[in-house]
Structures are given as structure tokens and as C-alpha cells.
Design a protein around this ligand. Structure first.
Ligand SMILES: [Zn+2]
Length: 349
């Protein structure tokens, strides 16, 4: 046998072994809603979500997160197994997602930020969108006192933001390079300034901005997290389960070990208190590799969870994947055809 033939055979067997080894993928959604603009690309429309579920049933085998690891361990994983998850706990997960999950009989896990349950507050990044990217009038200057130093932003001709501008830029999002108006530039700048801060400080700063602009600090009803009753309703029927996602959605790697442990264990305790049963899974806020540390993983294990989800892409395989950092593929507002194309691409990866 020539060297090149043996190389080809090796590649063939490696590919074959890969295609026969158990593998699953976990999808990450946030909101099922029609919201515009959507600068963080968090929304999938109910129509598109229905198309996604149809594609999941046609091309995959949807399973619950709690069944994934036992199925992998017992080598009983269905081919093309797919787990659906949602992060944050937006109430639209009950009102828009659950009826569709039931229609297609697709199980899901919703990771809930416990400190927002029953609160009228929006997440701070949604407040920034409400402040800057909705039509209205803002002061000439917005300022923040950040740890003793004053940051000022001039609106430079974008004090008035009319309906036409709002409609023209409704498709803008933070992943784009351009800032079509000073308001978009300010949104980006404030987002980056506030992202690494502890939630309490960030909350106060965003409230100051809203008050300076003459806006309510309580949020829009369509942007809120579940009430306790809604969370219980979500889990009725056992198709949807709740996982924990910290108390305040602060980036865990910015906190001390003790503060991380508190965020993790208190979110679990609060959700269990409401639901009356054990919460077994956790998802790291933001979920990139820089957003948590080895200490975070240890705290999650210590708190008594069975598994934890990250937010970097990857296939779940028996040998290569850790149950404490399960990879997930972020899903965007694609139509069913594009979603099916992505699924097949992800399974080949
Ligand atoms: Zn989150």
C-alpha cells in the first residue's frame, strides 16, 4: 500500500468514525418576538421560530437537555440530536415560544436571570435601545459619573430622532461596522462602557440616563422577564424546564470568587423556591470563554447543578465535551430554509 493510499484510508476511517460517533448540538435562543430595532440580534420572530421547529422535526431529533448527558453516557443518543435552549427568561418565551414548542412537541430549557423575575425592569441593554434608538427627543448632552470620572456624550444633531430615521435604521445592529447617526455611535459607546460593570452600578447609571432624558425607569411590558406565576406556567406539562442564569446577569469573570458563588447559588435557590423542585442546569451569562473562569466552573459544580451551558459554538461529543461548558450555536432570525442550511453545516463541523 502506498503512503498516499494509507493516508486516504486513515482520513476515510477518521471521517467515518466521526459520522458514527454520537453527537448532538445545542441551540441558543433569547427572545421569540417581533421587536424593532434589535441591536443585539436577540429576537427570532414567531413565524421564523415555527419554521425552525418544523425543520428540527424534519432533519433532527429534538431532546431535552436533561436527557442529553445520560443518552451520551449510555450510548443511546439519537442521530442528529438537538437541544433547544433560551437565555435570560423573557416573558415572550411563555407567550410566543411555548405554544409553538407544544405544537411541534419540542422540549426546551429556559435559563432565567432570577433577580429579574417579577420585576418591571428591562435588561440594561434593552433600556439603552429604548433610550437611544426609539423616536423622541434627548438632552444635548448625556453624562455618566463612572467611578469618580465624568463621561460626556454630545448628541450633535441627533437630539431629535424622528419616525423616518427610526424606520430607516430599524435593521441596524451592533455587529455592523457603521454608526449611521450619533445615537448609534452613543449606543455602541455606552454598551461597551457599561458591559463589564457590576449590575447594581450599571442599573443606577442607566436609570440616571433615563431620568435625565425624562423617561420612565420601569420598562416596557413586552421586554420584561417572567413573573413567578408565568415561570410556573412555563414549566406546566414538563415540556419546558427552567435553568439558572445568575441573579443579576453580571459577567461572572468580573466578580470575586465569593460573589460568583453567591450569584450562582442564589439564582438556583430563588428559582427552586418559586418552582418547588430542583433546578439542574445553569448557563453562564454572555457565555464566551472570557466571561467565566475555572473558579466559576467550580462554583457551578459546588452549587449542585448537573451541567452548565456556555455560548461558544461546537458539537457535543462524548469524548471531547465537558458537561460544565457545553457549547451552543447562537440562532438568529433566519427563515426555515436558512436555518436548515445552518443545521446541516453545524452537524458537519
Ligand atoms: Zn444571558
Amino acid at each position: 500500500m502506498s503512503l498516499s493510499t494509507s493516508g486516504t484510508l486513515r482520513r476515510f476511517f477518521r471521517r467515518a468514525a466521526r459520522s458514527f460517533s454520537p453527537r448532538a448540538l445545542i441551540l441558543l435562543y433569547h427572545r421569540i418576538a417581533l421587536s424593532s430595532p434589535d441591536p443585539q440580534l436577540l429576537c427570532v420572530t414567531p413565524a421564523h421560530f415555527g419554521e425552525h421547529l418544523e425543520a428540527l422535526r424534519k432533519y433532527g431529533n429534538p431532546i431535552a437537555l436533561r436527557s442529553l448527558l445520560p443518552a451520551l453516557q449510555n450510548r443511546q443518543l439519537a442521530r442528529r440530536a438537538i437541544v433547544v435552549t433560551f437565555d435570560d427568561g423573557y416573558a415572550d418565551n411563555l407567550h410566543h415560544a411555548k405554544p409553538l414548542l407544544e405544537r411541534y412537541d419540542v422540549p426546551a430549557t429556559v435559563f432565567v436571570t432570577s433577580g429579574y423575575v417579577g420585576s418591571e425592569k428591562e435588561f440594561w441593554y434593552d433600556d439603552l435601545e429604548r433610550l437611544l434608538l426609539q423616536p423622541g427627543i434627548l438632552p444635548e448632552t448625556l453624562q455618566l459619573n463612572l467611578n469618580g470620572s465624568l463621561h460626556q456624550w454630545q448628541l450633535n444633531g441627533a437630539v431629535h430622532y424622528d419616525k423616518d430615521s427610526y424606520c430607516s435604521y430599524a435593521g441596524w445592529n451592533i455587529s455592523r461596522q457603521d454608526n449611521p447617526t450619533p445615537r448609534h455611535e452613543l449606543y455602541r459607546s455606552l454598551f461597551q462602557t457599561l458591559l463589564p460593570l457590576p449590575d447594581k452600578q450599571r442599573r443606577n447609571l442607566v436609570d440616571d440616563l433615563l431620568i435625565a432624558a425624562g423617561m420612565e425607569t420601569s420598562g416596557r411590558p413586552t421586554y420584561r422577564v417572567f413573573s413567578p406565576g408565568e415561570m410556573i406556567k412555563l414549566t406546566d406539562g414538563a415540556l419546558v424546564e427552567v435553568g439558572a442564569h445568575t441573579v443579576s446577569h453580571t459577567i461572572l469573570s468580573t466578580l470575586s470568587t465569593a460573589e460568583q458563588a453567591e450569584e450562582i447559588s442564589q439564582s438556583k435557590a430563588r428559582l427552586e423556591e418559586i418552582l418547588g423542585h430542583r433546578v439542574t442546569s445553569f448557563a453562564y451569562p454572555h457565555g464566551g470563554r472570557s466571561h467565566y473562569t475555572d473558579e466559576t466552573v467550580a462554583a457551578v459544580r459546588q452549587a449542585g447543578f448537573d451541567c452548565a451551558c456556555a455560548a461558544f459554538p461546537g458539537i457535543v461529543r462524548r469524548a471531547t465535551t465537558e458537561r460544565w461548558q457545553l457549547p451552543r450555536f447562537l440562532v438568529r432570525d433566519w427563515d426555515g430554509q436558512e436555518f436548515a442550511r445552518r443545521l446541516s453545516q453545524w452537524f458537519r463541523s
